[in-house]
Design a protein around this ligand. Structure first.
Ligand code: 5GP
Length: 205
């Protein structure tokens, strides 16, 4: 029996190249989930195989800046020269209707969400080692060597922010990481602070 009907906002963050995207996709491939992914908006050019409206909403810098002016993002950040942001209305509507919404965002955006929505669940995906992170970025083959260097330098800063999160999930193996995230989501639903009012009401009936 599920006691809390309010959808959870689940924030998956961590350094670039740690495999957040892969872990998130593994999570969404499971049949036992009831999660909605919030598709981000970016000014980055699509990589091969990426589809507009599926992987990201790809927009121009001008359009992104117009949306910033109109307060249309729940959070946004610049990352390695491009804007990335979470469209606000869709996320808030989904949460209101009881859906579980997953954001997969970099660490500055996660800090903004923490200030605005402290009830959200913050999960830091961590690399097992810096070497593993570098190997992943190289094998992904989507960045040239300067960009890889820049992302590794950034990762050293980002790792320090792990202490601000509710949970750390080490991405040693994608399926294990996805298992742990599912376990976290289930445990969060049983948290007294999320369920007690509803439970006491139920027992009075
Ligand atoms: P990539 O260019 O590799 O797709 O993404 C670069 C970084 O931006 C990744 O760490 C990714 O998680 C993050 N990112 C993707 N969407 C958003 C977003 O909406 N907001 C923020 N703050 N970061 C995002």
């Amino acid at each position: 029996m599920k006691l809390d009907n309010q959808g959870l906002l689940i924030v998956i963050s961590g350094p670039s190249g740690v495999g957040k995207g892969t872990v998130r996709k593994a999570l969404f491939q499971r049949s036992d989930h009831d999660l909605e992914y919030s598709i981000s908006m970016t000014t980055r050019k699509p990589r091969e195989g990426e589809v507009d409206g599926v992987d990201y909403y790809f927009v121009s810098k001008e359009e992104f800046e117009e949306r910033i002016k109109n307060d249309q993002f729940l959070e946004y950040a610049t990352f390695v020269g491009n804007y990335y942001g979470t469209p606000k209305d869709k996320v808030l509507d989904k949460l209101k209707s009881g859906s579980e919404v997953v954001l997969e965002i970099e660490v500055n955006g996660a800090s903004q969400i923490k200030k605005k929505m402290p009830d959200a669940v913050f999960i830091f995906i961590a690399p097992p080692t810096y070497d593993a992170l570098e190997k992943r970025l190289i094998s992904r083959g989507t960045e040239h060597s300067d960009a890889i260097k820049e992302r590794i330098e950034k990762a050293h800063q980002e790792i320090k922010l792990a202490s601000q999160y509710d949970y750390i999930v080490i991405n040693d193996e994608v399926d294990n990481a996805a298992d742990r995230i599912m376990a976290i989501i289930r445990a969060e639903h049983a948290k007294t602070t999320r369920t007690i009012d509803e439970y006491l009401k139920l027992m009075e009936e």
